[in-house]
Write a protein that binds this ligand. Sequence first.
Ligand SMILES: NC(=O)c1ccc[n+]([C@@H]2O[C@H](COP(=O)([O-])OP(=O)(O)OC[C@H]3O[C@@H](n4cnc5c(N)ncnc54)[C@H](OP(=O)(O)O)[C@@H]3O)[C@@H](O)[C@H]2O)c1
Length: 288
Amino acid sequence: MKKTITLNNGVEMPLMGYGVWQIAPTECEQYVSEALKAGYRSIDTAQAYYNEEGVGAAISKSGLPREELFLTTKVWISNAGDEKAARSIDDSLRKLKTDYIDLLLIHQPFGDYYGTYRAMESAYRAGKVRAIGLSNFYDARFVDLAENMEIKPAVVQLETHVFSQQVKMRGLMKEYGTRLMAWSPLARGMNNLFGNETLKSIAVRHGKDIAQICLKFLTDEGVIVIPQSTKSERMASNFALDDFELTAEEREAIRRLDTGHPLAADFNDPALAKYLLGYDAQFNPDNQ
Ligand SMILES: NC(=O)c1ccc[n+]([C@@H]2O[C@H](COP(=O)([O-])OP(=O)(O)OC[C@H]3O[C@@H](n4cnc5c(N)ncnc54)[C@H](OP(=O)(O)O)[C@@H]3O)[C@@H](O)[C@H]2O)c1
């Protein structure tokens, strides 16, 4: 799947990428190298994955021209605010061994995210970043930021899969030309995704697997996907979506699987806010 989409500032972004959440820093270089070999050119990491250096090592050793790659990273809550965020962007550039980040997101809607967004706008104007956006900003929080800031978010990354299709957010984002980027596009297998009878019957009809059906469904709707696998055969099959088409009836049947809400994380949950606000202190390997 080499298709790209055009973001609201004219930047071209691959619809298919490889995500590296929970990939250990020591293993990240190897998995990203495998993903690049499988054809992926877009990599999704984050400051709070603590593996940006592994991504940087893999891309610099790949020999691929930088302009053929698309790197996304995210500013974590502990780096929120004008000055801290600006410093953290320079740190990310150094760790990723690159002069520019293709897409920079605010990872979570907590802390001084207005300050962070201003720092991201400055980095964008300075040419350190090609596009900026948000992650996990829902409803009024998204609208508030999109209305107030000069550079409209190019992307919002949200938990999106067949069981959480984000219909309402897609409607809100349209006004700003903001594109949806799906995290956990395979729902991490939740809700028995890989045993779902509707998906199974569609997969059998096309001689494909359930993951391919899910990823095809989302990318056909212009949703950017970043599936993760540590298995090279799955990296390859998740990327191979070009030789079949879903019918209108199949698409309709998949639309009916939508529960209308995310399964993994509710960003209005105060307990989640507290957990994420303390995350870096607990998990940053530099603090151990
Ligand atoms: N912005 C955020 O807050 C946020 C939150 C979560 C995730 N993300 C991003 O989204 C990326 C993807 O999300 P995710 O890793 O949570 O979940 P996911 O991509 O939905 O699912 C990954 C899981 O599915 C398995 N899998 C992958 N391909 C498969 C296939 N073809 N058949 C069967 N199982 C398969 C993988 O296991 P194997 O390794 O064994 O194949 C892994 O356990 C992350 O890596 C990260 O970059 C962002």
